[in-house]
Design a binder for this molecule. Structure first.
Ligand SMILES: [Zn+2]
Length: 504
């Protein structure tokens, strides 16, 4: 940190500041066999593995493997194959950190990132859950590499879950518009009652799905939300759901001979409630299979609601500008000299999963760890899954504000670029000048919400005596408290710095 300006970026009392999360202990690079696609992977501890496929792109897939202390079956859980069913990836996320006493778990919370970022069922080119009958080497479809990855993972698991949120409520008989054989909510989907294997053995899908349903329903008090087994009888001539022949579960069953369930939770409930139902379903499958975590993820919707809210909190973007670390908080811009490297270090969030830093017009959807050089203005967008949480303007300049000299209640002091001036009630502030010094005609200092020259607002506020009463609340950055203002420093029309003013 030698040579870095002190205090910049960290001195803002308005925003909640948090400690830097500790990095994960990554030991040895690790590649799984049989996956022909480009990948990077890491072995983390001995019972845990995180693999990253197609990193940085909008097809990024993270695969979390957890190995139990004792042997047992391997359950593979997919979430996010469709982007408009957030319950799936939010529920799958809750299983990534488990420790297992017995059995193994492979979790892919977000299989179809492009669809999740768009918050649409379809990703790059159509519904990914209709692509599992495509040939492996088809050239025209960009999704095929992700489909092939899923196929390879399926081959290495014993049981497969594909998490969904569906419309209405499934019922084998027509009850009403919302509850009938064509609806999907609250059911375990199987493609056949039984499946005969070439070696004479038989996969008993229905009895497995029924056992799971019994476990699920014992946890759900409201009978309207009880689960049923929904056999789509996919291979049958009379099937109502022949489209499912292209699905992930049908592929798993017919090509890889695995018991695969689609878990469908209704969209007719809140997101935390959907995550709760899906968690109940996954926990029930784990119990049915004898896969034993040290602790099961909770099933209480209120606690889940709090958990989800916490996971959406964002308190800043950690970057390195020309070797100096800096925390950019929401509302600030990213200033740097032309030619200086900007490295995206970290997002200050509770958990890292589902967070993406997208550099506009770069094709980079996850810019974490990347270094960029800018000659033109650009923008970073911070998303939690498909939701835009914050954006930061990137402003490369040949001249940048170093510090702003002010007279604060009779004392002359300087504030670095992006620092905050605390102005007490009845306090008086006068803006003096900018450093490095610059021709006065070329640099403007404009306190947004203050009018210096009452006759003609020329946006130049140096030299005037400013008190809290002079500020126009609608310019405050922290509506409705109205205690936080921005002083913009511009050179020939370009923003070159900002200092904040906080009324105390
Ligand atoms: Zn779905």
């Amino acid at each position: 940190q030698k040579g870095c300006p002190e205090g910049t970026g960290y001195s803002n009392p308005f925003f909640h500041k948090r400690g830097v999360p500790k990095g994960r202990s990554i030991l040895t690079p690790f590649l799984i066999k049989g996956v022909a696609t480009k990948l990077t992977g890491y072995l983390i501890k001995s019972r845990r593995r995180v693999e990253e496929f197609f990193p940085g792109t909008n097809q990024e897939v993270k695969v979390y493997s957890i190995f139990g202390k004792r042997k047992g079956p391997t359950l593979l859980v997919f979430g996010g194959i469709q982007g408009d069913e957030p319950g799936g990836y939010l529920a799958a996320d809750r299983y990534v950190g488990l420790n297992l006493k017995k059995g193994n778990l492979i979790v892919v919370p977000r299989l179809n990132l492009a669809a999740i970022l768009a918050q649409k069922r379809e990703g790059l080119t159509g519904d990914m859950n209709r692509k599992f009958a495509l040939p492996k080497n088809i050239q025209q479809d960009p999704d095929i590499k992700v489909v092939n990855l899923a196929r390879d993972l399926i081959a290495n698991a014993d049981y497969i879950l594909n998490l969904h949120q569906g419309s209405g409520f499934y019922s084998p008989i027509w009850i009403n518009h919302q509850r009938n054989p064509l609806r999907w909510g609250q059911c375990n989907v199987i493609d056949a009652f039984v499946f005969d294997l070439p070696n004479g053995e038989r996969l008993e899908l229905e009895s497995f799905a029924q056992n799971v349903v019994r476990r699920i329903n014992s946890k759900i008090q409201d009978e309207n939300y009880h689960f049923l087994v929904n056999n789509t009888n996919t291979g049958d001539k009379k099937s109502l759901h022949k489209e499912q022949r292209k699905s992930l579960t049908y592929y798993a069953l017919t090509q890889k001979h695995k018991i695969a369930l689609g878990i469908e939770v209704t969209k007719k409930c809140s997101s935390p409630q959907a995550v709760a139902y899906l968690s109940i379903a996954i926990n029930s499958v784990l119990k049915e299979l004898g896969i034993a975590p040290e602790e099961f993820p909770g099933e209480d919707p209120d606690s889940i609601a709090e958990e989800l809210k916490k996971n959406e909190k964002f308190s800043g973007l950690k970057v390195k500008i020309n070797g100096c670390e800096k925390l950019i908080i929401p509302g600030q811009n990213i200033f740097l000299k032309i030619g200086e490297p900007l490295q995206i270090l970290n997002l200050e969030t509770e958990k890292s999963r589902g967070w993406y830093v997208n550099l506009v017009n770069s094709g980079s959807y996850n810019a974490l760890g990347q270094t960029y050089w800018f000659t033109k203005d650009n923008k970073l967008l911070i998303h939690k899954d498909g939701k835009l949480i914050a954006s930061f303007e990137i402003m490369p300049r040949s001249y940048l504000l170093g510090s702003l000299e002010v007279n604060l209640d009779g004392r002359v002091c300087r504030f670095h670029n992006q620092e905050t001036i605390l102005l007490p009630k009845n306090g008086r502030l006068r803006i003096l000048k900018v450093y490095p010094e610059k021709d006065k005609n070329k640099v403007k200092v404009n306190l947004k919400g203050f009018i210096g020259n009452k006759g003609y607002n020329d946006g130049e506020d140096s030299g005037y005596v400013i008190s809290a009463d002079d500020l126009i609340p609608k310019y405050a950055l922290d509506y409705p408290e109205n205690t936080f203002y921005r002083i913009e420093i511009s050179e020939q029309g370009n923003l070159v710095g900002e200092v904040f003013l906080k009324l105390t």
